[in-house]
Design a protein around this ligand. Structure first.
Ligand code: UP5
Ligand code: MG
Length: 218
C-alpha cells in the first residue's frame, strides 16, 4: 500500500447498535483514529447554537432527520486532518473508523464528491490517496436498540442525549430503514459490506468487529 494512504471504514447500524462503543474500542486497541459523525454534529450545534445553522442541526437531530452532507463531510474531513496531524500521521499511512456516516445515499454522493476515488485531494493536510476499505454493519433488533438507548437516557451527565427519548427514538429507527438501508444496499452491491451480529456482549461484538477490520487491512 502507498506510503500516504488513508484507509477508512464506515460503521453503520441502528441507534444503539454499538457504533460508538466499538469505534472507541477499535481505536484504542488497534491504534486507529475514530470519528463519530453524530458526536461531531453535537459539538457543532453547541458551537453554532445561536445561529440558524445551529438551530437547523438541532431540529434535525431531535426529529431523526439527516443533516445535509456538505456540513457533515466538512466536519469529518477537518477532523480527520486534525487527528492525523496531531498524531504525526499526516503524510503517512493511517486508518480511520467513521461511525454513523454515510446515513443516506445523498451523504454517500456528497462524500464521493469531496473525495472522488483515485483523485488527489486539494486539502493541504489530506493525503493523495483516501480510500473506503469497507463498511461494518452492526445487526441488532429494534427492541435491543431501544432498550440500550433508553437505559443510557436514564444516566445523567456524560452520555446523556437530548434524542434518547421514546418519540425521537421511533423517528431515528424509521430514518434507519427509510434512509440508511438503501445506502447499506449500495455498499453490499459494491462488495464493501461486513455484516456483524451486534446482539452479544461488548467483548463478543468487539472480536467480530476486529476480524472484519483485519480483513479490510485497516
Ligand atoms: N452498549 C453498546 N454496545 C453494547 C452491547 N454489545 N451490549 C450491551 N450494551 C451495549 O451504544 C448505545 C448504548 O448501548 C450505550 O449505553 C452503550 O454502553 C450500550 P452506542 O455505542 O452509543 O451505540 P451507537 O450505535 O453509537 O448509538 P447512537 O445512539 O449514537 O446511534 P445513532 O445512530 O442514533 O446516533 P448518532 O450520534 O450517530 O446520530 C444522531 C443523529 O445525528 C441522527 O439521528 C441524525 O439526526 C444526525 N446525524 C446526521 O444527520 N448525519 C450523520 O452523518 C450522523 C448523524
Ligand atoms: Mg453513537
Amino acid at each position: 500500500s502507498s506510503i500516504n494512504e488513508w484507509r477508512i471504514a464506515f460503521v453503520l447500524g441502528k441507534p444503539g447498535s454499538g457504533k460508538g462503543t466499538q469505534g472507541q474500542l477499535l481505536a484504542s486497541r488497534l491504534g486507529l483514529h475514530h470519528l463519530s459523525a453524530g458526536e461531531l454534529l453535537r459539538s457543532e450545534l453547541k458551537r453554532l447554537s445561536d445561529t440558524p445553522t445551529g438551530q437547523d442541526i438541532a431540529n434535525r437531530m431531535l426529529t431523526g432527520k439527516i443533516v445535509p452532507s456538505e456540513i457533515t463531510c466538512r466536519l469529518l474531513l477537518d477532523n480527520m486532518a486534525a487527528s492525523a496531524v496531531s498524531s504525526g500521521a499526516c503524510k503517512t499511512a493511517a486508518s480511520f473508523i467513521i461511525d454513523g456516516f454515510p446515513r443516506n445515499l445523498d451523504n454517500w454522493l456528497g462524500w464521493q464528491g469531496c473525495c472522488p476515488p483515485d483523485s488527489v485531494s486539494n486539502a493541504a493536510d489530506l493525503p493523495a490517496n483516501l480510500s473506503v476499505a469497507g463498511v461494518l454493519l452492526f445487526d441488532v433488533s429494534d427492541e435491543t436498540c431501544l432498550s440500550r438507548c433508553l437505559e443510557r437516557s436514564g444516566s445523567v451527565g456524560v452520555g446523556c442525549r437530548a434524542d434518547d427519548n421514546a418519540t425521537t427514538l421511533a423517528k431515528r429507527l424509521q430514518s434507519y430503514s427509510a434512509d440508511t438501508e438503501p445506502v447499506v444496499g449500495e455498499f453490499q452491491r459494491l462488495g464493501l459490506l461486513h455484516r456483524i451480529d451486534a446482539s452479544g456482549g461488548v467483548e463478543t461484538v468487539y472480536q467480530l468487529a476486529k476480524l472484519a477490520c483485519e480483513k479490510m487491512r485497516l
